[in-house]
Design a protein around this ligand. Structure first.
Ligand code: SF4
Ligand code: SF4
Length: 446
């Protein structure tokens, strides 16, 4: 009998939580059992005392015969089939924490030539891989549905549909939006898109303060008009708030508010602000880790009473996650207005100090094709939590997967150094520990 790989002991009050993320097993034990496990770990024969470990054996925390866990392995070749276009870096809002400082130095919007070429590449890849579906998305660095972007958006959607039909592929079309758009655009989007993700921070005072329009007015009532229209059409959408230091204590209220206006939504993602972009000038701050944990747990509890879920990205305990996100994987392909390809939607300017790690290609105006920087792709793809020394002894490693590569890079200047990620690590570890304690309650002791 021996210990399963990656077993963590987390002190809690006078007891200990044993957590084996690769087995998705958690148990609460006393100090005697921890002592016994330490003896097993160094290869001692514990004789008859093995019988005290029968329940731990049942859930795989100790084992005679370790079955290796399957971990995610990226595809060998970068061959994206999900194309996301960023039409421009211009915006009708001036969110006080905007990661891309949208609306400032917005540069040129995307040309239809770049958009069509990106769509062609996704369709070509989907056909080569024998896939049945192909997806087109729109995103910021700016607001995709500005009136001045709509010529490009409409032409790209029409072209994408035609090409998908030509090659017998099922098209999926979605967008992220701030929800502030003209009535005509909203009607057209509802008729032509499959899904929207609306960046919306919650009750009026929070939304108006954090997400003002370019002319300095509140945006709440405009977003509410959009939501009412989508509800009336039974259109599929979700709501994504950014949680700041000022709004953190209101997370349960944000869930309650979202539930009241969008009864069809079952899941509420709650993400803490990461200070970057316009935060520098607005001095907007991220929530303190302890506050975020405290109020996220309250929000989760409140959502559960409604039969819904509220979640933070690093708090999944139902699977084994060794890669944080789909940067250059899962078939994603994010195209910036001037034709550069980014692996992270938060890095949408070539002047960004992280560009040399995250901008992975560009549209070549001579050959009319995309070219990719293979060394950068290889480097990003090689980032998984098993290759990050600072994460090696962290019990949350297979939930957090080393956190967002771009955010870690911002703080340490390296994809593989998470040692400066202190506040986000405290949030993640605090949330995961509490979720494990929840799992140990009631009849869920395994
Ligand atoms: S809506 Fe999005 S892109 Fe526009 S200012 Fe706000 S965060 Fe930036
Ligand atoms: S980034 Fe922090 S919380 Fe996440 S796995 Fe690494 S050490 Fe743990």
């Amino acid at each position: 009998m021996h210990l399963t790989k990656e077993l963590f002991v987390i002190p809690h009050q006078k007891k200990f939580i044993l957590y084996a993320p690769l087995k998705r097993a958690v148990a609460e034990v006393n100090g005697d059992i921890v002592h016994l496990l330490k003896r097993l770990k160094v290869g001692e024969d514990i004789g008859d005392l093995e019988k005290n470990l029968s329940q731990l054996k049942h859930v795989g925390i100790v084992t005679d015969d370790e079955i290796p866990t399957t971990k995610y392995v990226p595809e060998t070749e970068y061959s994206p089939t999900v194309v996301t276009l960023i039409p421009s870096l211009d915006c009708n809002l001036r969110c006080i924490y905007c990661y891309s400082s949208a609306g400032e130095n917005a540069g040129k919007p995307m040309s239809i030539e770049v958009a069509k070429s990106a769509i062609d590449l996704a369709i070509k890849n989907a056909r080569a891989k024998g896939e049945k579906e192909v997806e087109l998305g729109f995103h910021g660095g700016g607001e995709p549905f500005l009136n001045r972007n709509m010529g490009l958006v409409k032409e790209a959607v029409e072209y994408f549909r035609d090409q998908a039909e030509l090659y017998n592929l099922e098209p999926g079309i979605s967008s992220v939006t701030n929800g502030v758009m003209s009535q005509d655009t909203l009607e057209w989007v509802a008729d032509n898109f499959d899904e929207l993700s609306i960046s919306f921070d919650g009750p009026q005072d929070i939304q108006d303060k954090q997400r003002p329009t370019a002319s300095g007015e509140g945006s709440f009532s405009r977003v509410m008009e959009t939501i009412r229209c989508l509800e009336s059409k039974k259109f599929k959408y979700n709501l994504k708030p950014v949680i700041t230091k000022d709004s953190v204590s209101r997370m349960p209220e944000i869930v309650e508010f979202f539930n009241s206006i969008s009864p069809s939504i079952d899941h509420f993602p709650l993400e803490p602000l990461f200070e970057c972009g316009r935060c520098k000038t607005s001095k907007t701050e991220a929530p303190a880790p302890e506050d975020f944990v405290k109020y996220l747990l309250k929000a989760r509890e409140f959502a559960a009473k409604l039969g819904k879920t509220a979640r933070y990205a690093c708090s999944e305990v139902e699977g084994v996650y060794n890669y944080f996100c789909g940067a250059v994987d899962y078939g994603f392909f994010f195209v910036l207005p001037e034709g550069d390809v980014t692996s992270c939607l938060e890095i949408c300017r070539k002047s960004d100090p992280r560009a040399s790690a995250f901008i992975i290609g560009k549209y070549d105006w001579d050959t009319k094709e995309f070219v990719f920087y293979e060394d950068r792709i290889k480097n990003l793809r090689s980032r998984n939590v098993d290759r990050i020394p600072h994460c090696a002894d962290c019990f949350a490693k297979y939930n957090c997967a080393g956190d967002c590569p771009a955010r870690c890079y911002t703080q340490s200047g390296s994809l593989f150094d998470t040692s400066k990620n202190t506040d986000r690590c405290r949030m993640t570890q605090g949330v995961i520990k509490n979720i494990l304690l929840e799992k140990l309650k009631g009849d869920n002791k395994k």
